[in-house]
Design a protein around this ligand. Structure first.
Ligand code: AHR
Length: 503
């Protein structure tokens, strides 16, 4: 007979605040890929699906509840094929194109600059626009920025005004290409560094009060040489360097593994793959530190998340996948890792918002569902712009499978501007709940209310379907109580994400 796991003491150093958690770590990414933009976000004004100027209301309302800080668009690989002039002006005069990278389907260009900026304004978030280096010209990029942000009587501004937008928009972030080591032109880092230096010159700051942050294309996962070359040759010209890393259960791009129906080996293995994000950040940051010890240049993880074999019966180039409790834990784990690296990692964008990869929302005609990943972003949004508080778990509980171990529990704590203290907790162990005694020196819980919400399910691959959209959804659990030692007692269920709020 195995004995229950030992109780764990969680110390929260409320008296040692350690900087702000940038809200941009909770960023998103929407590409012209599969059904992300069309069907997922944009249905057009004439659709029977209720919409606001063509943007579907149900998806918009669900996304508004996430307090999205920043949205990246139009790609991804699509960005280096995108010619913005084809996507402005009257809809019936826009030029359809072939979306070569994503299934060679027709891209009608109905969702373009104005529609994206409308979405950004409806979400109340910042825009992160990705420019075309691979197949676009410098002039094209320069004119796009002028069209978006200038406020003088130039031909680009006149064109924007003739399309119905008098005032400039605010674009806070601009990406100079995407994955230029592969779909963005198959460039070597030395070549891209030079191209980056040229292109970024023309990312003009038309509004002196809103300087655009220029993001250079950074490395693929563990391509440390790319980071070294870029930092050596172009760091002075950039505000951010991107990093892309996806988690595949098998690690094999030919057969990535399935989103559902997996065994414990794939459950366990995914968390090891997600933990690899921490190592990547540590190693890329160390290289960046050599060239930029003051950490002026941010590491921007502008693509991350799970990537499985596409759902059976769907176009494999549309990257449509289900999303389970496992994805929820992977998402929470990444967000915790980003919190810890907040000094260098100052933006992250999960891929992607709707119907593609680790999506927040899946749609089927007029129906939508919120995925378990959506619920994690909704629960953990309390950490956005909050003050990071160090934590310590003792003894650090372990989850062991097939002779390998990883920490069973992971915690992140912060104090929000309204004074409340939030703890997000993950239990990776699918079999054992963990009893926690939570001690918060300098923050007596006695006179506080502690509320707890938990996201869990019976099965590791539990997921929401259009017929049962609330199979995996957060639930309130009884308030944790203060024990005789003045600690808060909380039982963290097996395979769960929990949020404790003391206020
Ligand atoms: O997110 C899907 C694709 O993954 C993006 O278009 C590309 O940048 C990356 O390879």
């Amino acid at each position: 007979m195995t004995s229950p796991p030992a109780p764990v003491t969680l110390q929260v150093a409320a008296e040692k605040p350690a900087g702000q958690i940038p809200r941009e770590l909770y960023g998103h990414f929407a590409e012209h890929l599969g059904r992300c933009i069309y069907e997922g976000i944009w249905v057009g004004e004439r659709s029977e699906i209720p919409n606001t100027r063509g943007i579907r209301n149900d998806v918009l309302e669900a996304l508004q509840q996430l307090s999205i800080p920043v949205l990246r668009w139009p790609g991804g690989c699509f960005a280096d094929e995108y010619h913005w002039r084809d996507g402005v002006g009257p809809l019936d005069q826009r030029k359809p194109m072939v979306n070569n990278h994503w299934g060679s389907v027709v891209e009608p260009n109905h969702f373009g600059t104005h529609e994206f900026m409308d979405l950004v304004e409806l979400l109340g978030c910042d825009a992160y626009v990705a420019g075309n280096v691979g197949s676009g010209t410098i002039r094209e990029m320069q004119e796009w920025i002028e069209y978006l942000t200038a406020n003088v009587d130039s031909s680009m501004v006149q064109l924007r005004r003739s399309h119905g937008r008098r005032d400039p928009w605010r674009v806070r972030f601009f990406g100079v290409g995407n994955e230029n080591w592969v779909c963005g032109g198959h460039m070597r880092p030395e070549y891209y560094a030079d191209e980056y230096r040229r292109y970024q010159t023309y990312v003009r700051h038309h509004d002196p009060e809103n300087r655009i942050q220029r993001i250079a294309c950074g490395p693929n996962a563990d391509d440390f040489r790319w980071t070294e070359v870029l930092m050596d040759r172009a760091a002075e010209h950039m505000d951010g360097l991107s990093l892309h890393y996806y988690c595949l259960p098998t690690g094999d791009w030919q057969d990535k593994g399935d989103a559902t129906g997996f065994g414990e080996a794939d459950w366990f293995g995914m968390f090891n793959r997600a933990r690899h994000m921490d190592e990547l950040i540590v190693r890329h940051s160390a290289i960046m530190d050599e060239f930029d010890p003051a950490r002026r240049v941010a590491l921007i993880v502008d693509e991350w998340g799970t990537w499985y074999n596409a759902e059976a019966g769907t176009n494999p180039r549309f990257l449509y996948q289900q999303n389970t409790l496992r994805d929820a834990l992977v998402a929470a784990q990444h967000l915790h890792i980003f919190h810890r690296h907040r000094a260098r990692v100052r933006m992250a964008n999960i891929a992607q918002t709707v119907n593609v990869l680790q999506a927040m929302i899946l749609t089927d005609g007029p129906r939508i569902l919120r995925t378990p990943t959506y619920h994690v972003f909704e629960m953990l949004k309390v950490h956005q712009d909050a003050t990071f508080l160090p934590v310590d778990l003792s003894p650090l509980p372990q989850y062991t499978h097939a002779g390998q171990s990883l920490p069973a529990v992971d915690v992140s704590a912060s104090r929000s501007t309204d004074g409340s203290l939030n703890l997000s907790l993950i239990n990776f162990d699918p079999g054992s709940p963990r009893s926690l005694a939570i001690k918060i020196p300098g923050f007596s819980p006695v006179d506080k209310t502690c509320r707890a919400r938990v996201l869990t399910a019976g099965e590791c691959d539990a997921h929401n379907t259009f017929d049962q959209p609330d199979q995996v959804t957060p639930a309130m659990v009884p308030d944790p109580q203060v024990d005789s030692d003045g600690a808060l007692a909380f039982e963290l269920p097996a395979k769960s994400v929990a949020l404790l709020t003391l206020s």
